[in-house]
Design a protein around this ligand. Structure first.
Ligand code: TMP
Ligand code: ASP
Length: 238
């Protein structure tokens, strides 16, 4: 597959066209962003670490029956993906209270959420990714109701697969954000799954091992991402 011009540059990844309209190339950059782009820094190795981390997780999800856009790794920082028509919403599942849930509802961090919560946010940095709901998604045509239902079902299925995967490696999957799109009529998981878009805590010490280290200025961001990967058996030097 031949790499063509850049189509879009997001906060941490760039998307390139290929010689096929059905496939695109994702390039993971070292840029690390938080608070809707208000805090941005370059972190050494981050693009490579997230590219390989994402490849590992997407393959695990495919094996478990979750359709994903991931096709194959192309280089340290690039992978080939299907060209999805993205839904402009973020699907968030929480197993333990943290982040905006605590701020919005005055809930203490670290409470087990049973059953896990499901939330929708509109992808719009200028508006600060406001929370939306299924009615708003339908009315504004951000996704067809059946497609949104399928995305929700897949988001929960990802929870079943990844909660166990991280638990077996001594970590708690606190929460995560997924984005979906349509490929030839089918709802498919897009974007990425990496410590940038989820919260992971050490099971024993509850040490934060995800992008909260960057958001909260705790340091050791990429070291933590690499430790998560190492525990899962990912070889970043391969
Ligand atoms: P929140 O607590 O800030 O709402 O975030 C919930 C989870 O979703 C957390 O794992 C971070 C992730 N997330 C993103 O990756 N990108 C975003 O734009 C938002 C709002 C959340
Ligand atoms: N990913 C979003 C940003 O870059 C939100 C966040 O992770 O805090 O601003």
């Amino acid at each position: 597959m031949e790499k063509r011009e850049e189509l879009y540059a997001g906060k941490a990844k760039s998307v390139f066209r290929t010689d096929s309209p059905d496939y695109m190339i994702l390039e993971f950059r070292n840029d690390t962003s938080a608070f809707d782009g208000k805090k941005v820094e370059q972190l050494d190795r981050k693009g490579m670490v997230n590219n390989k981390f994402n490849a590992f997780i997407m393959q695990k999800l495919e094996e478990a029956g979750v359709p994903t856009h991931f096709e194959k790794l192309l280089s340290d920082n690039e992978c080939l993906v299907k060209n999805l028509q993205m839904m402009p919403v973020e699907c968030v599942v929480r197993n333990i209270s943290a982040g905006s849930l605590c701020r919005r509802l005055g809930v203490e961090e670290g409470q087990e959420l049973n059953p896990p919560t499901f939330e929708l946010f509109l992808k719009n940095d200028a508006l600060g990714d406001p929370m939306v709901n299924e009615s708003l998604v339908e009315t504004f045509g951000w996704a067809a109701p059946a497609d949104l239902q399928r995305a929700k079902e897949l988001t929960y299925k990802v929870n079943d697969v990844l909660k166990k995967l991280f638990d077996d490696a001594g970590m708690l999957l606190v929460d995560y954000k997924l984005e979906f799109g349509l490929f030839k009529g089918e709802v498919v998981l897009g974007d990425e799954f990496s410590p940038d878009g989820c919260r992971l805590w050490d099971k024993e010490t509850r040490k934060k091992m995800d992008k909260d280290r960057f958001r909260q200025g705790l340091g050791g961001v990429i070291e933590a991402y690499e430790e998560v990967g190492g525990r899962l058996g990912i070889n970043f030097d391969a």
